[in-house]
Ligand binder design. Structure first.
Ligand code: GUN
Ligand code: ZN
Length: 436
């Protein structure tokens, strides 16, 4: 049995702290210790108590002075858009045509897919992200490449071939029968293999025929445990286009609903232009939303309403949405989330922010029984953060009077420079001393 003790300041969440924050929603030890046995949390508490159980041969990683959190969960990101990040001057539909589709074309080549998947996953580790729901491309081999690289790193990852059989370039188009065969094969080979899970991934309503959406709905019903991920109501021109393409539907969400794509394992990205009836359908179907603030600002899509979702009990996770999003850092993503919400008078406190980036994301992906906090038995993915990583952070920490102030400064000013180490199942996968 491999046993590791991780010592440092430890914070994790038991539920949504809300706003204003409920202190019963988290646990914090200034000098804490996490005991990990065979990749799972075995004990947690004050260092002096936990370390009493340390055997002579048990490893101890001493991160005193730093903050240990559960690994970050990015609920929506595109690994095939590594080369799209920071592309100038387009809103969604032009951004897809001018930048994104041409870049995704190259993933027909398995060697390219493997190289970018490797780069992407190492980038996530450098940013403290240990789990993500990931979009590849339409190509089956892009999924194989991604899962192979994720498996090598032991990371908990969700991914699935993009479905798109219309309104897109020939070189990125599949068809219903071929896509169905690919999905079945990929599900059989990858879903539930180690820490990997399959998501049926219609890109968005405009690029799938009714027949393809119906096929996705059939597979979703047929394979319990498989996820469904797609984009929803991101941009006003997109919403208008969906209305033209699906005049029979009451709303954009209703297009997916009619094809059996809502449910507890469904994750919809963006969810900006919704009405009260849509939100009621989210509640009734227990579907989840991804909040993608850097993307929503960068491609000029609009402002997500967190309160409208959370006050109804809708599960919400945070997401970078790279390459529409502009940062892999969940800390930077939180900073932008704060600003987006502030435009509407909503205040994202640091507790709720860090909950969103960890347990909230895990719950959004229906993985909160395995990851997201340090409850005994959970998978020991964690990050170690240096709150004084830059002179600006260090100075701000010096004058901060409370833990809450320090965490808020971290959330607003932190980025990958604050990453000291990332652990996957209790094994160091990234360290600022030994970068990957
Ligand atoms: N809608 C359909 N495809 C995409 C994509 O790749 N990125 C974003 N942000 N929105 C989309
Ligand atoms: Zn996206």
């Amino acid at each position: 049995m491999a046993t590791l003790f991780l010592r440092g300041s430890i914070l994790h969440f038991l539920r949504d702290p809300g706003a204003p924050a409920d202190p019963g929603a988290w646990e914090y030890w200034d000098d804490g210790c996490l005991k990990v046995v065979d990749g799972r949390v075995a004990a947690l508490g004050p260092a002096d108590a936990i370390l009493k159980a340390r055997g002579a041969r048990d490893a101890l990683h001493d991160h005193r002075g730093k903050l240990i959190l559960p690994g970050f969960v990015d609920t929506h990101v595109h690994y095939a858009q590594v080369d799209v990040i920071a592309s100038y001057g387009r809103q969604l539909l032009d951004w897809l045509n001018d930048y994104t589709f041409p870049v995704e074309r190259a993933f027909a080549d398995p060697a390219h897919a493997r190289r970018i998947a490797s780069l992407f996953l190492d980038t996530l580790l450098r940013h403290g992200t240990t789990t993500a729901a990931v979009y590849p491309t339409v190509h089956k081999q892009s999924v194989d490449a991604f899962f192979e690289e994720a498996q090598q790193r032991g990371m908990r990852m969700i991914c699935g071939k993009i479905l798109m059989d219309r309104n897109s370039p020939d070189y990125l188009r599949d068809d219903v029968a071929g896509a169905e065969a690919d999905c079945r094969d990929l599900i059989q080979r990858w879903h539930g293999k180690g820490r990997l899970g399959y998501a049926l991934t219609p890109r968005f309503a405009p690029t799938s025929s009714r027949e393809q959406l119906a096929m996705a709905g059939r597979l979703y019903a047929e394979y319990p445990g498989v996820w469904m991920q797609t984009h929803l109501a991101e941009n006003v021109d997109e919403v208008r286009w969906v209305k033209e393409l699906f005049p029979e539907a009451r709303s954009y969400l209703d297009v997916y609903d009619r094809h059996g794509l809502l449910g507890p394992r469904s994750v919809f990205a963006h969810c900006i232009h919704l009405d009260p009836e849509d939100r009621a359908r989210f509640v009734a179907s227990d579907s989840a939303m991804s909040f993608c603030p850097t993307s929503n600002l960068f491609i000029g899509s609009g402002f997500f309403d967190l309160e409208a979702a959370r006050s109804r009990g809708v599960r919400v996770g945070l997401a970078t949405d790279v390459g529409g999003g502009t940062s892999y850092s969940m800390l930077q993503t939180l900073a932008e989330a704060y600003k987006v919400l502030m435009t509407d008078g909503q205040r994202l406190n640091a507790w709720r922010g860090l909950w969103l980036a960890t347990l909230g994301g895990a719950a959004c992906l229906s993985l909160d029984d395995r990851i997201g906090n340090f409850r005994i038995g959970k998978e020991a993915d964690c990050v170690v953060l240096d709150l004084a990583a830059t002179p600006v952070l260090a100075r701000r920490m010096e004058v901060a009077r409370t833990l809450e102030e320090r965490l808020f400064a971290l959330m607003m000013l932190g980025d990958d420079r604050a990453l000291s180490a990332t652990y996957i199942l209790g094994k160091e996968a990234f360290s600022d001393e030994r970068p990957c």
